[in-house]
Ligand binder design. Structure first.
Ligand code: PLP
Length: 433
């Protein structure tokens, strides 16, 4: 049998649908975030600026976090040594779990090797342990939650995205006595919109349902100590399970759930995707804990304020220049394109001509016809970087004849900083002037 042909055909289908993904080979610069070196296929290396990282606050390059990892690796080595059951539980990991339980005000926490695995493990275990459980899942939930629900074998009903009336209809129809789990996200990362957490908690109380909240795109970034949107809204105590990642706001790797002790113990004891995989390394656990500690502190408050400022500035500046920014109340800046090929072309041109790296977002990550560029400004993006981005985006939109909105393309609504300390690379310094 010619096996190879099956794989080539499968790839050919993706290419025909314009869904084939190309990765950009980047080398992040720990001393000059958000800059990176781009290794081109032809062997050349060029400087670029990253505008689409989910290391939202740059914690992955924070000197304190790097030092914590270095020290832990020196003291404890780089590997965990096994699954949690077989020699894998290490002291930095236990300390990290304590730090995260405290962040969310919960009695217990369990750390996994990624946010994806935490959703798979926790939802599948909870859904299978509750007899005749009905899982009510927001239509825009992330793939990891969907996989967890599938694996639980519990019945799933999908409620329209952030639609409280629809959710209430489903809860009412299920009856008070049937075990129910409402699974949703606090901040949906592709549109940047935010769930009505308090109102969902009201419904859960009224209809006797458990709540499972994915705060992956909000932990570290919102709330007085970085506990996420539920922390900001004062709703953490009303949510049964809060899930988060260590890989985005906290800049490292791994995921976790926090909840009441018996829920944590049950997931620890029943979830195959926790039990049968090697634990997070002590060096990663120590680095993640340091990032959590920093973001709980006054430094975190300042970073979050600067993050929101730069995100708002970017949205404002792009909109004023006529770019079709999709409105939301979060740090995500999606710019609508609406076509897979043109989205990829815009991304390519930004990189080639302007040294701006923004990955195109195509189906299946978003619905067909809603393809977009997803921009994630960080506290390290200066006002000069924003000015450079606006110029680059307008040029690309004009070159590709993508529609600009009514607003005049030459509006420059903010003052450019000429003495920008972050602009150390000559090209960018020039652009920011
Ligand atoms: N949940 C949501 C909503 C996500 O967007 C992601 C990843 O982007 C995950 C979970 C998985 O998190 P991780 O990247 O830590 O595996």
């Amino acid at each position: 049998m010619e096996y190879r042909a099956y794989f080539e055909d499968a790839l050919g289908r993706l290419k025909a649908e314009r869904r084939y993904r190309v990765f950009v080979d980047l080398e992040r610069d720990a001393t000059h975030f958000p800059y990176a070196r781009w290794h081109r296929d032809n062997g050349q290396v060029e400087d670029v600026i990253i505008w689409c990282s989910n290391d939202y606050l740059g914690m992955g390059l924070d000197p304190q976090v790097i030092e914590a990892m270095r020290t832990a690796a020196t003291c404890h080595g780089v590997g965990a040594g096994g699954t949690r059951n077989i020699a894998g539980t290490n002291h930095p990991l236990v300390a990290l779990e304590g730090e995260l339980a405290d962040l969310h005000g919960k009695p217990g926490c369990l750390v996994f090797t990624s946010g994806w695995i935490s959703n798979l493990a926790a939802i599948s275990a909870i859904g299978s342990l509750l007899p005749d459980c009905l899982i009510l899942s927001d239509a825009y939930n992330h793939n990891s939650m969907i996989e967890g629900i599938k694996r639980s074998r519990a019945e799933r009903q999908i409620f329209r995205h952030n639609d409280l009336d629809h959710l209430e209809d489903l809860l009412k129809a299920a009856g008070r006595e049937r075990p129910k789990l409402i699974a949703f996200e606090s901040l949906y990362s592709m549109d940047g919109d935010i769930a009505p957490i308090g109102k969902i908690a009201d419904l859960a109380e009224r209809y006797n349902a458990m709540t499972y909240l994915d705060e992956v795109h909000a932990v570290g970034l919102y709330g007085p100590r970085g506990g996420g949107i539920a922390d900001r809204d004062g709703e953490m105590g009303r949510i049964d399970v809060i899930e988060g990642t260590l890989a985005k706001g906290f800049g490292t790797l791994g995921g976790y759930i926090t909840a009441d002790a018996p829920i944590i113990d049950a997931v620890r004891s029943y979830a195959a995707s926790f039990i049968f995989t090697t634990a997070l390394s002590p060096a990663l656990a120590a680095a993640a804990r340091k990032a959590v500690q920093v973001l709980k502190s006054e430094q975190g408050v300042e970073l979050r304020a600067r993050h929101q400022r730069q995100a708002n500035l970017t949205k404002h500046a792009l909109s004023a220049a006529g770019l079709p920014v999709m409105a939301n109340h979060s740090h995500i800046v999606p710019v609508f394109v609406g076509d897979a090929e043109r989205c990829k072309a815009a991304s390519d041109l930004l990189l080639e001509r302007h040294g701006v790296y923004i990955q195109p977002i195509n189906y299946p990550t978003v619905a067909r016809g809603t393809e977009r560029l997803r921009i994630t400004p960080s506290p390290a993006h200066s006002d000069g970087h924003v000015a450079h981005l606006v110029e680059a985006m307008v040029d690309v939109w004009q070159t590709l004849q993508l529609p600009l909105t009514e607003t005049a393309a030459n509006v420059v609504p903010f003052r450019r900083e000429t003495d920008d300390a972050h602009c150390t690379f000559p090209d960018f310094k020039k652009a920011a002037e």
